[in-house]
Design a protein around this ligand. Structure first.
Ligand code: SF4
Length: 272
């Protein structure tokens, strides 16, 4: 069996900040979760947009995008057959409605960008970088890992990181979360390519809004210290097994509530 080295991703870092016990359940216990229809629709829309950029520019129109929705859903289902339980069956009228709502999000994408004019360097790009800062408590470098939805590189070398959000533009908390994720990618790119991305762009499909942000190197260096502090806190908790629950209104969406001590549940033994 190959053991993959434990790395920090934007979502796991956000989990730990939100609730250390949630981090443990997801990253260490790896307990299964049941994705919602909304989450799976996001996966399908991401797959459609990735596929769109494999087509020649002249074929990247809204109609083709809509046509890609159903095959993308079938592909997602083929790799995750348990998702079939989200609907009563292929004839479920709610499935048809749900596919239409995914098509509407794909349409919204075309209201924000013209993909015929874009030639991304990569879509769904896995990026990894090792950080060995003096802010880490252990000698072992911290491995950062994430997937960038799309990377555009201008002929002048300027880099743009694009992230698709299938939800609406955020309020304060989600905005901070989205920015955290984008700074994470910007830092990884700075470390592996030696350049600060020129633009971080979030495309919110549900309300057809785009948010752009230009990071500065100094803030990415500060952000690196924040990540080192989060990682050190994770390592301390991992050594002691002390991953405390941190109840918040986010618990209403937590799959692990029944086993969470903050709600009278009993956690499985710590896997170490
Ligand atoms: S229910 Fe709340 S406190 Fe418990 S693990 Fe989930 S997020 Fe953390």
């Amino acid at each position: 069996m190959t053991l993959r080295r434990l790395a920090l991703s934007p979502s796991r870092a956000a989990d730990f900040k939100q609730c250390p016990l949630l981090y443990r359940f997801r990253a260490l216990d790896r307990l299964p979760e049941t994705p919602s229809r909304v989450q799976v629709r996001g996966t399908v829309v991401h797959a459609v947009l990735e596929r769109l950029f494999t087509l020649s520019p002249d074929r990247r129109d809204a109609e083709t995008g809509r046509e890609l929705v159903e095959p993308a859903w079938r592909d997602v289902l083929a790799t995750n057959p348990e998702l079939a339980g989200l609907f009563a069956g292929p004839e479920d009228p709610e499935l048809a409605e749900w596919l239409d709502s995914a098509r509407a999000l794909v349409d919204a994408y075309f209201a924000l960008e013209n993909p015929r004019l874009l030639q991304p360097e990569a879509c769904e790009l896995l990026v990894e970088a090792e950080l060995a800062t003096s802010d880490l408590e252990d000698d072992e470098p911290l491995l950062l890992r994430g997937y960038i939805d799309r990377l555009d590189v201008a002929p002048t070398g300027e880099i743009r990181v694009v992230d698709y959000k299938s939800g609406a533009a955020p309020r304060e908390v989600s905005e901070a979360k989205a920015l955290f994720q984008m700074k994470f990618y910007a830092l990884v790119l700075l470390r592996i390519r030696g350049v600060v991305p020129h633009q971080l762009r979030l495309l919110y499909l549900a309300d057809r809004q785009a948010l752009s942000y230009t990071p500065e190197e100094s803030e990415l260096i500060r952000f690196e210290r924040t990540l080192a502090a989060i990682w050190s806190a994770i390592q301390r908790a991992a050594r002691s097994g002390d991953f405390r629950p941190n109840p918040s209104r986010m618990c209403d969406w937590c799959d692990h509530k029944p086993r969470c001590p903050a709600f009278g549940g009993i956690s499985p033994p710590y896997p170490g």
